[in-house]
Design a protein around this ligand. Structure first.
Ligand SMILES: [Zn+2]
Length: 511
């Protein structure tokens, strides 16, 4: 490496709209606007880092000020005095402000005061404010004042990665453009072109890995490519990139998921050790496992959303995934997905990632092994133990609308679709004593209308009047909801599930 090495991202920064990568919609809209003379006073570009916000801002500044044409042009020449100065970030009328370091109101006010004066060398004074969401409230207000009555020769170009932090008052005065994540294929094409230009060997598999790791950001992808070139001396292959990214091979990931989902804990932990020893980044591995789970879910016969041909997996890996899918339910995939999602932040915060990861594996295997709550409820249709005044089952069977227990009462309300009545009842009411035609209860909340509504409904439902006694004191029996939760928590299967989540509580039970 010579000392004059320019990082690729800088060397290959887009210089005109045509070479802006992956932002076709933006390019088309902006070009048309410039060609038809519809130039806004303020633009805001938003998108993740490295998608070309600052590049676009500079190209736009050149388009406005290029000397090769009589007015603004969508195809700035790139060689005139103005174009070159702007590209180098040295044009006197084009101010690039990094809001992260100019957050104060005085700074911004000084800058904006100068906006009143006419441009020196260009047609327009262009203010490019990068990471504009970092400005203080006072600074935003100063900016807003200028935006409300911008001098004719001033154009603002704001850029931000966090559009939600920009005040609506500012947004409403800007023409907004969203720069999208650059697709993998587009990145690959771009990297190939650069590799050829740089006389670098870049295999397709290595390129694919880099493009995926870039996650839509040209700049991130190019710094990875820089790093790969430096490490390999210009022969960038899959193994080198894998090593650099500390990625486990996708074969390993598929095999690992296979083991986890087959329930062989000892083997899974052994594999976790090996992968870790081989230098894989465990957070990255977790991402790969989630990626697999996502694709396995899409390919699952229960969903049948294609064969995963557009997934990052080879035909062999997809075949293996199909085999795993034939013995794993969709439910299991969705549950291990939830456990992994929860583990992402846990892993990032943990001081010992390996421990955290191993515990995750064990948790996933338990989850994969366990029937769902629905399945538990289906396979245990045992009648709820009756808290108060147990009534013989036969009696209830004969007369459909007979109410002889707290459970009967709850079920009857549900059956009769008395949703509001049931909701209130199940959450607040203790049934102290109940026998046909007489109910003694304690209402924890004490709604005035409840007694009236309940007795009206009871009479209509059972065809006879009821005597309702409102107990003044709690009789210390659970409400219907509490009863359901106790039931579920005492189920051995559910107890096991609860044990896996510290501090878990049953919030809702649905059938
Ligand atoms: Zn020019």
């Amino acid at each position: 490496m010579d000392n004059n090495y320019t990082v690729l991202a800088r060397k290959y920064r887009s210089q005109d709209f045509k070479s802006l990568i992956g932002q076709d919609v933006l390019v088309k809209t902006l070009t048309t606007a410039i060609n038809t003379g519809r130039i806004a006073h303020a633009y805001i570009f938003t998108g993740i880092r490295g998608t070309g916000k600052t590049s676009t801002a500079r190209i736009l500044a050149k388009a406005l000020n290029c000397l090769a044409s009589d007015g603004p042009t969508a195809t700035p020449c790139g060689v005139c005095e103005n174009c070159r100065a702007i590209a180098a970030g040295q044009h006197i009328d084009v101010m690039e402000i990094d809001a992260a370091s100019h957050t104060g109101v005085d700074n911004i006010r000084d800058i904006l005061d100068a906006a009143q004066y006419r441009p020196t060398n260009g047609r327009y004074k262009v203010y490019i404010i990068d990471e504009v969401h970092m400005l203080s409230t006072a600074a935003f207000n100063a900016l807003l004042k200028t935006l409300e009555e911008p001098p004719a020769h001033v154009i603002f170009i704001l850029a931000t990665t966090e559009i939600r932090k920009v005040p609506v008052t500012i947004l409403s005065r800007c023409q907004r453009f969203d720069l999208v994540r650059v697709p993998v294929d587009t990145l690959k094409k771009h990297f190939n072109w650069i590799a050829a230009n740089e006389k670098i060997e870049l295999t397709d598999a290595a390129n694919e890995l880099l493009a995926r790791a870039a996650d839509g950001s040209v700049r991130d992808g190019l710094s990875l490519l820089d790093q790969a070139i430096a490490q390999t001396g210009g022969h960038v292959d899959e193994a080198a990139v894998m090593d650099m990214l500390k990625r486990a091979d996708r074969n390993v990931v598929v095999d690992f998921m296979d083991t986890i989902l087959s329930g062989d804990t000892a083997r899974a932990l052994e594999m976790s050790d090996t992968i870790y020893t081989n230098g894989a980044d465990l957070v990255m591995l977790l991402n790969d496992m989630m990626e697999w789970t996502h694709w396995a879910t899409r390919m699952h016969p229960a969903i049948n959303a294609g064969d995963g041909a557009n997934s990052p997996y080879t035909a062999d890996q997809r075949e293996k995934t199909r085999k795993i899918n034939s013995r794993v339910s969709l439910n299991t995939l969705s549950r291990i997905w939830q456990v992994m999602v929860a583990a992402v932040s846990e892993m990032q915060m943990s001081g010992n990632q390996k421990q955290c990861f191993d515990m995750l594996i064990v948790r996933m295997m338990h989850i994969a092994d366990m029937p769902s709550v629905q399945e538990i409820l289906k396979s245990n249709p045992k009648p709820a133990p009756q808290t108060v005044a147990p009534a013989p089952q036969t009696a209830a069977q004969n007369t459909e609308n007979k109410i002889e227990s707290a459970q009967d009462l709850g079920h009857a309300m549900q059956k009769d679709k008395q949703i509001l009545l049931y909701t209130y009842f199940s959450e607040n009411v203790e049934v102290c004593e109940i026998s046909d035609g007489r109910l003694n209860y304690f209402d924890r909340k004490g709604d005035k209308d409840f007694a009236h509504k309940l007795s009206t409904w009871l009479e209509k439902y059972t065809g006879k009047p009821w005597t309702l006694v409102h107990s003044a004191q709690s009789c210390h029996v659970p409400t219907a909801i509490e009863h359901q939760q106790q039931e579920l928590a005492s189920d051995p299967m559910m107890a096991q599930a609860m044990g896996l989540f510290e501090g878990a509580e049953i919030v809702e039970v649905s059938k």
